[in-house]
Design a protein around this ligand. Structure first.
Ligand SMILES: Nc1ncnc2c1ncn2[C@@H]1O[C@H](COP(=O)(O)OP(=O)(O)O)[C@@H](O)[C@H]1O
Ligand SMILES: [Mg+2]
Length: 231
């Protein structure tokens, strides 16, 4: 069975008299350990899909299994619990907390779980080391470049050792060089640590790092293609 398996997945919102359907009967399979790029025009439902896969939002209909768990029908609290154990989320604008240091930002997700301070220290140090920012642990976000902020955000996403990483335009706000270093890092997490990675991007060059590109239009998958075949 696929690691992510969506069948007839829908998400709808009431908008006055009307219903908006960002996702409209979507089918998707992502194998375990895959690196998938998700592309599509603005408003096609990419963020909505990512939020469902990550358990940030609940489906309106259909089925969505991630790692063997059916997410459709889970309560908000169950979803939050599941997410904290299994998913790391990487945002376009990093979403670091400005009054916390790099170390404290990365430590944050660990505070949801029981564990000693020493245990947390070991995990935070490992994550910051992995993203190459061990010596910046006491810097605040404003003292870091955009690329460094995103790498701290990636450390925060992996500190709990989740099996799934989702990233919403993680290089959308970065210069070419920083984007390159973030993509190198994401691709390493996928290759060396076996993380399943779903990355939304507008940039065909960023997408070319993935093993597969899935195109979304009006809330449905319109085509999927292996890496290297992107036109
Ligand atoms: N909370 C919401 N309430 C109402 N409509 C929403 C909500 N979230 C998203 N939408 C609508 O769903 C569509 C898809 O949005 P989104 O998933 O953010 O697209 P993308 O990330 O591909 O740009 C848009 O038309 C958007 O306005
Ligand atoms: Mg979006």
């Amino acid at each position: 069975m696929a690691f992510i398996e969506a069948r007839g997945l829908t998400k709808s919102y009431a908008k006055g008299e009307n219903v908006v359907k960002p996702l409209d009967g979507l089918d998707l399979d992502v194998a375990e350990g895959r690196f998938v790029a998700l592309m599509g025009p603005s408003g096609s439902g990419k963020t909505t899909l990512l939020n469902l896969i990550a358990g940030i939002d609940a489906p309106s209909g259909g089925s969505l299994k991630v790692g063997g768990r059916e997410l459709a029908g889970m309560s908000r609290a169950e979803l939050a619990r599941w997410r904290s154990e299994h998913v790391g989320y990487i945002f376009q604008l990093y979403n670091l907390i400005p009054v916390l240091t790099a170390y404290e930002n990365v430590e944050l997700p660990l505070l949801l779980f029981p564990g000693s301070r020493a245990d947390r220290h070991r995990k935070v140090a490992l994550a910051l080391d992995l993203v190459g920012l061990a010596e910046r642990h006491d810097h605040f976000p404003r003292q870091l470049s955009g690329g460094q902020e995103q790498r701290v955000a990636i450390a925060r996403a992996i500190v709990t050792d989740p099996s799934l990483l989702v990233a919403d335009e993680p290089t959308g706000d970065l210069d070419k060089e920083s984007a390159q270093s973030v993509l190198t890092l994401l691709s390493r997490l996928h290759r060396e640590l076996g993380k399943t990675l779903v990355m939304v991007t507008h940039d065909p060059r960023a997408a070319s790092w993935a093993e597969e590109t899935v195109h979304l239009e009006k809330g449905r998958i319109v085509r999927a293609e292996p890496a290297g075949s992107a036109s």
